[in-house]
Write a protein that binds this ligand. Sequence first.
Ligand code: NDP
Ligand code: OXD
Length: 309
Amino acid sequence: MSLLLVAKNRDFTSLKNALLEKDPNLDVEIWPRVENKERIHFAVCWNHPDEVLGNYPNLRGVSSLGAGVNHLLDDESLSPDIPICRLITGSLQDQMAEYVLNTITNYRLHIAEYFKQKEKGIWKQHSSIPKKNSPVGIMGLGEMGLNVATLLVQQEYTVNGWSRSKKDIEGVTSYAGKNELSDFLSETKILVNLLPLTDETEGILDLDLFKKLKKPGYLINVGRGDHLIEEDLIYAFDMDYLEGACLDVFEEEPLPQNHSFWNRKQIMITPHIAAITPAKEAAEMLVENYKRAMSGMDLMYEVDREKGY
Ligand code: NDP
Ligand code: OXD
């Protein structure tokens, strides 16, 4: 029985070492050099090539190498009977909360502007945006969003959250479902997208949504690039619905060199690094789920295919 690591352009050395440290008896294979496809019982995938999973007839489970699973649910070669799970670790959640808090602080204090001023030797002060004028709205209150919300409440931000089902989280005003989306947006200035990418959420960050924020708003997209209608972001700047955005995820990654976002002064870009699973922590969960799959148990953080997350 083997565990297979599959990804395009990824060096799996540290993950393989961490897996073997956790369980020296594990047989770990790295795609595409797989001698006996029948021996593969569990696959761990990130940005994997289409259709590849259909080649392994004895798969009993598949894990994402991250929290998102849209790449796995989109793969039609993966039989619907095979359970899919996500990789959630404490440090993934903490990194995400830290990224969002830092981005909000940088925005409120105009830090990006000071970087630009330094390049030109300009000494000019800007008034920071007070916390009380910076209500944050988090779309998605799951494993990531809840942690972000908790940290922001501790930091005394006004926090609104939007999800499918209503939540009871101390310090967070909860809005749920499409009917409450407009109310959520009208109470939000800094919008954080932490939704999973599903049929319902694809393209949700559009002009109509930006129009409903407290003006001018600020967008932090750490969900997926396909949540955002890219040209609507530009219209939203032009119409002063938004004054800035920090984007960590893109329709196409790496973001192409000739993409117009690179030259937009309002956009801060990070290369999909908001939260990255450390190999050692990833190995602990992967080995646990591998063992569960081998013994026919439910997987940890198993995905509900109906809901799509
Ligand atoms: P979860 O599955 O734990 O939570 C998803 C949340 O979104 C839930 O609160 C859910 O509502 C809500 N939701 C889903 N669909 C809808 C909808 N149609 N309308 C309203 N709310 C909805 O996901 P995670 O928190 O673990 O991760 C979220 C996403 O963040 C990932 O899918 C991934 O794309 C992204 N991510 C990005 C990273 C990065 O480095 N940029 C790192 C990690 C994650 P309910 O609670 O009611 O079910
Ligand atoms: C994830 C990610 O889904 O890093 O974990 O995007």
